[in-house]
Design a protein around this ligand. Structure first.
Ligand code: FAD
Length: 310
């Protein structure tokens, strides 16, 4: 994947973190659980574990669908989106590669549309800079055609196959035999989007707690007054000793790359296992950034990594 540093320069994690740390000082205080609450258990209808984009989007959506339930998000780090959601390539994908008919394909195509609507409504900066997938070897031309057929079946909007001479209309310094042009692929700071979801969730009455690492997850025993009472909030979520227990009716775990650990904590299977692999980003020197305008991808990945995700 070659998402481009030139256009992403205004979205660097460092700049993003500086902006957040300035703007979110007050929110940061509000989101500390220990200061205000002491160690008495806190009760919610629903607790969402994980303050990445999936957790914050899920919590917000649950509050929209069920405004009267109490919902809390708990995040173990001291900011939201500290992991994948704040450290990705920032691409708004169009749904090109996914297997036609699959849920991934449908959700990605619909999700892109919904994401742009959300960005416009909530004034989140983004750039619809498009994406070129470029065939540079003859053998890649047939593979590119197969990608185009998938994208067409997935109803990716305005996807086009272009000849080698037209590549320079989009990327003046890029050369290839043929390319697929996706005009609606864009870039955005997904960390900013996560924070926007969280703020919107809080405006609807939701609670966000940072610095709350979930360390135990199970069913609570009955309260010890000897009377037979219905246990209305049977799920008990525990953290470090100085933090209160959370009691709830339902829990949704959105722990990203620690999903297997949380699953195991709750007594479920750690499978499928999360398998890490290393990747690297290279930054173009400022004086070379004119070389690229948007997203340029190779074809070759289609038979390898990308097909794994199909
Ligand atoms: C290198 C890379 C590049 C990517 N590029 C793109 C891209 O360009 N476009 C795109 O759409 N997607 C991209 N993705 C995918 C995207 O970033 C992820 O799908 C998305 O961020 C997943 O969000 P999440 O909320 O599930 O996970 P995360 O953001 O990882 O959030 C999970 C959260 O759970 C918290 N957590 C874990 N355990 C506990 C616990 N015990 N107690 C409390 N909290 C806990 C973690 O601290 C974390 O904040 C990329 C991913 C990677 C790794």
């Amino acid at each position: 994947m070659a998402s481009l540093s030139a256009v992403l320069s205004s979205f660097t994690p460092l700049a993003r973190r500086r902006t957040w740390s300035c703007l979110s000082g007050v929110l940061h205080q509000q989101r500390q659980v220990s200061n205000a609450q002491g160690t008495a258990p806190m009760q919610f209808d629903l607790v969402v574990v994980g303050g990445g984009i999936v957790g914050c989007a899920t919590a917000r959506q649950m509050k929209i669908a069920h405004p009267n339930i109490s919902v809390a998000v708990v995040e173990k780090e001291n900011i939201l989106a500290p992991h994948q959601s704040g450290h990705n390539s920032g691409v708004v994908h169009a749904g090109i590669y996914y297997l036609p008919g699959s849920l991934k394909a449908k959700l990605c195509v619909q999700g892109m549309q919904l994401a742009y609507e959300y960005f416009d409504k909530h004034k989140i900066p983004y750039k619809k800079i498009g994406k070129l997938i470029v065939a540079v070897e003859q053998i890649e031309v047939a593979r590119l055609q197969a990608i185009f057929e998938r994208a067409t079946k997935n109803e990716c909007k305005d996807i086009e196959m272009i000849s080698g001479d037209r590549i320079k209309d989009y990327e003046p310094y890029c050369k290839g035999l043929q390319a697929l042009w996706s005009p609606h692929t864009g870039i955005v700071d997904w960390g900013l989007v996560t924070n926007s979801f969280a703020e919107n969730f809080e405006e609807r009455g939701g609670k966000v707690f940072i610095n709350y690492p979930v360390q135990s997850l199970g069913l609570a025993g009955e309260s010890g007054d000897g009377k037979q009472r219905e246990n209305t909030h049977p799920v008990a979520i525990g953290s470090t000793v100085n933090l209160p227990q959370l009691r709830c009716k339902w829990v949704i775990t959105c722990a990203g790359l620690q999903a297997d650990r949380i699953s195991e904590l709750s007594g479920c299977s750690p499978l499928p296992k999360i398998v890490p692999f290393r990747g690297e980003y290279l930054m173009l020197k400022p004086e070379k950034r004119y070389l690229v305008k948007g997203n340029i991808y190779p074809v070759s990945g289609f038979t390898g990594l990308q097909s794994l995700f199909a």
